[in-house]
Design a binder for this molecule. Structure first.
Ligand code: AMP
Ligand code: ZN
Length: 430
């Protein structure tokens, strides 16, 4: 099951020489057409011709999201405005957004990458994809939409929310695949459960693509078991087209990152130095095929590792692990570094835990984990609740090494998110 077999299984030597050629072209174009890069190169006395091997990428300056904001709106555009056919902005939480431009060629290329991802996981003509990501300025839904259409899939542009209508659409049009955030998938499961629906009996789903926010293996299993489907991890960011940067194949063991389109580096976020292969660090990406907006060495802030060895599926593009955390998401409690995903992983591994939780940080490094638990546990037997709370507290303590306060809540107490969810409320800085 390949969309572009030659390029997906290209041998490493050919892949690397293709990367070098494309890197040289990208660097020349950026230097010539984007004053921001011209200045940066002059500062470090560098010329595009200094890129002789792939290793020379390390001489290039990094691009940060602050650079994207500072150059808003048109500063990083490498082509005439007339060549731009699409604008997206990235979900910035503070200050100015980041503008991302696509030429016709860029739209087509982003769709090609999605087509590879879908076909690699078995989705093909005849499938019905219900796209529950947000349509609009956000890249998530539209980029997937175009890629799925390219494959010949029937796409239902449902967008997120309106859960009753989602269920009706899935039933009426026999959707076989979903594109959805993990938090909304868990919510959808809880609504169906409460209405006495059984996805295995009442729906035609076969697989779901989950991305746009971090989640754990435990959450994947929970969703797979509930819906009776295969769940594939989908990674991307607006600055690099949106979805389709890295995607799991049917082995479900790391996400192939399309290295003919992006050069990947893993660096130590503190020093900026490359870490030895296999160690975790911040993912840095350089676009190789983007026309309207090439970006050099973009610091994603996402912490990952490169998976060792070859993949059984035959693809040669290296795989990155699940996103371990974002370098700016890390919580420091009493001197201990904690990623919210560690907490999620523990919670989703406990059967009595429902779909929603929240981490609240307060003065003096107090951490409270507020967890919704199954309705049936509120049966009036206090001892049940006490022992569950103790179990959750202990499991969290052994994972994150600090003992949080655990609060058990009835399902539906915490706010539900349809897009990216906010799990951590840090009152220490308010
Ligand atoms: P945006 O710029 O709004 O497209 O958001 C991109 C960010 O979402 C990435 O940098 C990641 O932090 C996060 N993200 C996207 N996909 C995943 C995924 N599969 N797992 C974890 N985090 C993800
Ligand atoms: Zn594979």
């Amino acid at each position: 099951m390949f969309w572009q077999k030659d390029i997906e299984t290209i041998n490493r030597r050919n892949l690397e020489s293709l990367q070098l050629k494309r890197l040289q072209q990208t660097v020349s174009r950026a230097y010539k057409n984007i004053p921001f890069y011209t200045d940066k190169f002059l500062e470090i006395h560098m010329k595009p011709k200094d890129i002789i091997s792939l290793r020379d990428i390390r001489k290039l300056p990094f691009t940060s999201r602050e650079d994207l904001r500072a150059n808003y709106p048109f500063g990083l555009l490498a082509v005439d405005k007339e060549q731009v056919v699409r604008l997206h902005t990235s979900s910035g939480t503070t200050g100015k957004p980041k503008a991302i431009f696509f030429s016709k060629k860029d739209i087509n290329q982003a769709a090609e990458l999605i087509a590879r991802c879908l076909v690699m996981t078995g989705t093909t003509k005849g499938d019905v994809l219900q796209n529950m990501m947000t349509y609009g300025l956000f890249t998530g839904a539209l980029v997937m939409h175009y890629g799925a259409e390219k494959v010949g899939v029937l796409v239902i542009p449902a967008g997120p929310g309106n859960t009753q209508r989602q269920i009706a659409l899935m039933q009426d049009f026999k959707s076989t695949a979903l594109h959805i955030t993990p938090s909304y998938a868990l919510y959808l499961a809880s609504v169906m459960h409460n209405e006495g629906l059984d996805p295995r009996r009442d729906l035609s789903l076969r697989r779901a693509y989950l991305g746009s926010e971090p989640y754990s293996e435990e959450t994947r299993s929970k969703i797979e078991n509930y819906f009776g489907i295969d769940v594939y991890n989908s990674y991307g960011l607006s600055e690099m087209n949106g979805p389709g940067v890295a995607f799991e194949c049917i082995e479900k063991n790391g996400m192939h990152l399309w290295e003919d389109n992006f050069i990947l580096e893993i660096i130590d976020p503190e020093t900026g130095e490359t870490v030895p292969e296999g160690e975790k660090g911040e993912l840095v990406l350089t676009t190789l095929c983007r026309e309207a907006m090439p970006i050099l060495r973009y610091r994603t802030r996402d912490i990952v590792t490169i998976m060792p060895g070859k993949c059984r599926c035959g693809r040669t593009h290296r795989r990155i692990s699940r996103i371990i955390g974002r370098s700016d998401d890390m919580i420091i409690i009493r001197g201990v570094n904690i990623f919210p995903q560690q907490i999620e992983q523990v919670l989703m591994g406990i059967k009595a835990v429902a779909q929603n939780y929240q981490i609240v940080l307060e003065a003096y490094d107090q951490m409270t984990v507020r967890v919704e638990i199954s309705k049936d546990l509120f049966d009036g037997r206090v001892e049940h609740l006490v022992s569950l709370r103790n179990e959750i507290t202990e499991k969290l303590r052994s994972e994150i090494l600090v003992r949080p306060k655990v609060e058990l809540l009835e399902p539906g107490t915490l706010p539900v998110s349809e897009g990216k969810s906010t799990r951590v409320i840090d009152k220490r800085t308010l």
